[in-house]
Design a protein around this ligand. Structure first.
Ligand code: MD3
Ligand code: FE
Length: 207
């Protein structure tokens, strides 16, 4: 396994950390999307997001004209989101151990899943809809690679560009928790397990 790459005092990239689990994670995502289908959330400003999303866990992230928030039920089905698979939580715990950080933190209770088609991007933003900023966010990248933008605590600050590939795990919290970040438009590509798509899982403590 590659050495942890520290990109902040409380942010670490574990390259290929989830590679041996990737097939299973993708199968799980397919199952989750049967119960909670992919959708394009509408921002409070009225724009439809190019990234398709779904969620699992006790809380799922939604956006509409009223704003961004976490909710217990999928607004499409009006049913609870599917649970976070046990082994996803195990993966999050192992990533935390590998980082040596965040040992006392509460486990994730929310998981946002993003799907990027070619040309899809996620513009620079902060994740601040969670109630608990002390717990880290753990992300897993799957499929077609992307260039991740890693910014500062203000929108105007210059950002670094970090390639994220199939199986890469990124976790961050503490003083890096409120950094601006985003994903550059995903290039046309092909991955044997995901074809033209990129998927990203982010496990969070929202409640
Ligand atoms: C650093 N997702 O879902 S994951 C998101 O690849 C999101 O789909 C991106 O940003 C994706 O909100 C990036 C890595 C990530 C996520 C949130 C962060 C890095 C972060 C929040 C603060 C700092
Ligand atoms: Fe984000």
């Amino acid at each position: 396994l590659a050495e942890p790459l520290w990109i902040g005092t409380h942010a670490v990239l574990l390259r290929r950390f989830a590679l041996d689990l990737a097939d299973r994670l993708l199968d799980d995502i397919g199952q989750i999307a049967l119960a909670a289908p992919w959708r394009h959330m509408v921002t409070p400003g009225g724009q439809s997001m190019s990234v398709a999303t779904t969620s699992c866990g006790d809380l799922g992230w939604v956006s509409d004209a009223r704003g961004y928030r976490y909710v217990h039920d999928d607004p499409l089905s009006q049913q609870p989101w599917p649970p976070i698979p046990r082994h996803w939580l195990d993966l999050a715990a192992r990533a935390r151990l590998a980082s040596g950080l965040f040992t006392g933190c509460a486990p994730p209770d929310a998981c946002l899943i993003n799907r990027y088609a070619p040309g899809t991007r996620l513009s620079l933003h902060q994740d601040r809809d969670e109630r608990d900023f002390s717990a880290p966010i753990i992300s897993v990248s799957l499929g077609v690679p992307a260039r991740f933008m890693w910014g500062g605590l203000t929108r105007g600050e210059r950002h670094r560009t970090i390639p994220l590939e199939h199986g890469d795990v990124l976790l961050w919290g503490g003083e890096d928790r409120l950094r601006f970040h985003g994903v550059m438009p995903v290039a046309e590509g092909y991955h044997p397990r995901t074809e033209a798509f990129r998927y990203n899982i982010t496990m969070r403590r929202a409640g």
